[in-house]
Structures are given as structure tokens and as C-alpha cells.
Design a protein around this ligand. Sequence first.
Ligand SMILES: NC(=O)c1ccc[n+]([C@@H]2O[C@H](COP(=O)([O-])OP(=O)(O)OC[C@H]3O[C@@H](n4cnc5c(N)ncnc54)[C@H](OP(=O)(O)O)[C@@H]3O)[C@@H](O)[C@H]2O)c1
Length: 334
Amino acid sequence: MSKKYRVGVVGATGVVGQEIIKILEARKFPVQLLRCFASERSLGQTVEFNGQRIDVEVLSQETLTDLDFALFSAGSSISKEYCPIAAERGIVCIDNTSHFRMEEGIPLVVPEVNKDALKNHNNIIANPNCSTAQMMVVLKPILDAVGIKRVVVSTYQSVSGAGSSAIKELEDQSRANLSGQELAPKAFSAPIAFNVIPQIDVFLDNGYTKEEIKMINETKKILGSDDIKVTATTVRVPVFVSHSEAINIETQQYLSADDARKLLANTPGVKVVDDPEKLKYPTPRDAAGKDDVLVGRIRQDVSIDNGIELWCVGDNLRKGAALNAVQIAEALIA
Ligand SMILES: NC(=O)c1ccc[n+]([C@@H]2O[C@H](COP(=O)([O-])OP(=O)(O)OC[C@H]3O[C@@H](n4cnc5c(N)ncnc54)[C@H](OP(=O)(O)O)[C@@H]3O)[C@@H](O)[C@H]2O)c1
């Protein structure tokens, strides 16, 4: 009989945790036992998995034991405190938060792109930022084919990227606005309903936000190249699920738009949806609930000799978080 694993989901009541549980079930990950952890607030709640109701346990040093894998999505401070404890106990931690991503010796992995980085880990593996993950599967085939000099990316990120409270804020504010009322923002710095906010995460001294710097640094680490120049502007939009990105890629050698289309059409995890004549291009609604990153609007940049412009859309809760984490676990057991 093939081996089965004891899997813990830390942050099991959150949007990413819930998606991890759905994906473990849908992909038939060999689970011997699933344990679901959250805070005291969730005591008494249950989570459904494979037709069973599983009690949510309160995360503590005492409860985080007897597991093979722990998939963390309960915030950076929780990962900071508990991943080292779990790792010490022989539990392989796959962390969705930003805490360990840039730490030397901790692999930061998108399995389609840099699975080899999994060969060396000390029981902690980091999952990239949601916007970075979807961009990686698009950049990697282009990097391998013609080299990349510079990437300029602007994101249009959904509210689910900021967790369950942000989803509720968009719902509540939209309803309030439509009935002529205002609701003060809590999850964001400005109202998100019928608005666009050019800030994700906190501002840093250089004027970039932390989310933008995460995209820049994580891209270089995953692609294994400090030479690629990257700049980003990250923006929150009133969309529930899926992040969109306009990406400008300056390549080392010439790549025609047709060849870029063919290259991406043959890339695992990517689906090209690009037929401007029929007004076909991917939107966040198309990507929500799907595993593939959808790419369209592929065209040559008219302002430089070697450049490609494209638009890519991915479900931030899936490729941007839960799916990628489960794919890492699958790669480890393969
Ligand atoms: N949303 C995304 O697209 C995305 C993508 C990549 C990475 N991430 C990262 O994943 C993490 C979670 O994001 P989310 O969007 O799922 O947020 P969320 O919907 O707010 O869920 C947070 C989860 O963490 C749990 N939690 C909070 N404090 C805890 C504590 N002291 N002890 C144990 N559990 C605790 C919550 O449990 P209670 O319900 O009991 O409070 C809940 O299960 C964040 O670090 C985020 O940056 C999110």
C-alpha cells in the first residue's frame, strides 16, 4: 500500500487554510490523518474533509505534534514562533507567510519552476507571495528560451489576498454604498468598494511598499538570478478572487509575440487565452477556482527592440497560496 501522511493545516479556518483542505481532498493527497489548527476563537468549529467533520484544535506547542507535514497560513508571527518548533520535531513545514521566504537556506519554491531547490531543506519550505507565484510560471519559460533583462509589473490584486476580513469588507462596503451609505475602511487604508488602492502592505523608506519589494526579491530568489532587474507597482482592486498582472518583459534575445504564445501554450500550469479578434483575454472571474495561470494580450513591446507585453491572471488562493503549497508537498513525497 502506498504511504499516507499525517497532515496539519495551521490557519485552517482562514481563506487559504480552507482552500488547502479543499485541494488536499480534490487532488487525493495521501492523507492518513488531517488535523486542523486555528486560534481559540475557532474552538468548537469543525472543518469538512473527505465527508468527515474534523474538530478545529487550538494551536499550541502541546498540540502541534505527531504530524509529517504542517501547512502554515496563520500569519507571519505564528509561523515565526511555530515553524521552528515543528521542524525540530521532524515535521516538514510549508509556510504560506512571508516570514521565511528570503531567509538563506530556506527554499522558496514554485514546483514548475525550481523544484530542485527542495533537495536541501531543514524541514521549512517557503511558499512565495501570491503575486510572485503566478508571475514565476510565466517568466520561467521566457527566461529559459531567450533570457530576461528586466521585468516591469503592475498588479491588480483581489481582496481575498488580504484574508477573510477583507472579503467581508468589500461585501459590506459595496452593499452600504449601493444603499447610499458609507462604511469606514478597516482592512484597507481607503474604501475598497468601487475604488482602486495603490498600496499593498506597508510603505518602506524608498517609497515602495513591502508587497512590491517582496515581488522583486522573491522573483530573483526563485529564478536564481540577481541579474534580472525587476520593478513592481502593487494595487488592490475590488475583485473577490484572482490577481491580475500587466507584465512587461525586456528579453536578452528577440522573441516574437507568436513564439511567446507558443512557448506559454506548452508550459505546464499556464493556459493561453489570447484571441483579440474574438475579444478573448483572461479576466479574474475566468481564473477563480482554476489551477492554471491564464495569459493573454501577448504582444511585442513597440518601445524597445526585445520586449514582450502580456496580461496574466491567477487564483491567488490556489496557485498563489494553497495549490502551490500542496504541490510542494506532492513534490516532496514523489
Ligand atoms: N489570502 C491569500 O491570497 C494569501 C496568499 C499567500 C499567503 N497568504 C498568507 O497566509 C496567511 C493567512 O492568510 P488568510 O488570507 O488565509 O487569512 P485569514 O482568512 O484571515 O485567516 C487567518 C487564519 O489564521 C488563524 N490564526 C490567526 N491567529 C492565530 C493564532 N494566534 N493561532 C492560531 N491560528 C491563528 C485564523 O484562525 P481564527 O479563525 O481562529 O482566527 C485563521 O484560520 C497570511 O500570513 C497571508 O499573508 C495569504
